[in-house]
Design a protein. Structure first.
Length: 156
């Protein structure tokens, strides 16, 4: 009898841990994301792939592939050490951290870092939310209401 109870408890515990892992994986920021142009002549077109990875407890994103420009495109508008460097391989998201907050519509929140727009060569403060296969990124100056948002989609 005790063996059956232990077996049932073990199965229940395993199920809870497994399903909990699946739920959190659905909101996982780590992975490759397809960016979509939100302005200009290319509005609505897939623009690039950005690989988001974790390093020392923070999240970073680097351009892994360009979809509308040649792979050897240089960041002409970037300043400093990034000026005229290849966009592919460039880290454009830096120092994002999971806040522990969740927005019912947008998902888990990440904040405290920055995003750099290689087309403009400008860096902005950043917030990111992840829900399933959709990442919402908001770049802004000063406060989040003074910015713009983009939806990125997980590459499978």
């Amino acid at each position: 009898m005790i063996k059956k109870i232990i077996a049932i408890v073990a199965i229940c515990l395993f199920s809870v841990l497994t399903l909990g892992g699946i739920a959190s994986a659905q909101n996982e920021i780590i992975g490759i994301w397809k960016t979509v142009s939100d302005e200009g002549a290319d509005k609505g077109k897939a623009k690039s792939y950005v690989e988001i990875f974790e390093k020392d407890g923070a999240y970073f994103g680097k351009v892994s592939k360009l979809l509308l420009k040649p792979q050897d495109t240089l960041c002409e508008k970037c300043a400093g050490e990034l000026k005229n460097k290849p966009v592919v391989g460039m880290i454009i998201i830096k120092d994002m951290k999971k806040t522990g907050k969740t927005d019912g519509e947008l998902g888990e929140e990440y904040a405290g870092g920055s995003v750099m727009d290689p087309d403009q060569g400008k860096t902005y403060k950043c917030k990111i939310w992840v829900k399933g296969d959709v990442l919402t990124l908001r770049g802004f100056l000063g406060i989040p209401t003074l910015g713009r948002s983009q939806k990125w989609f997980r590459v499978k």
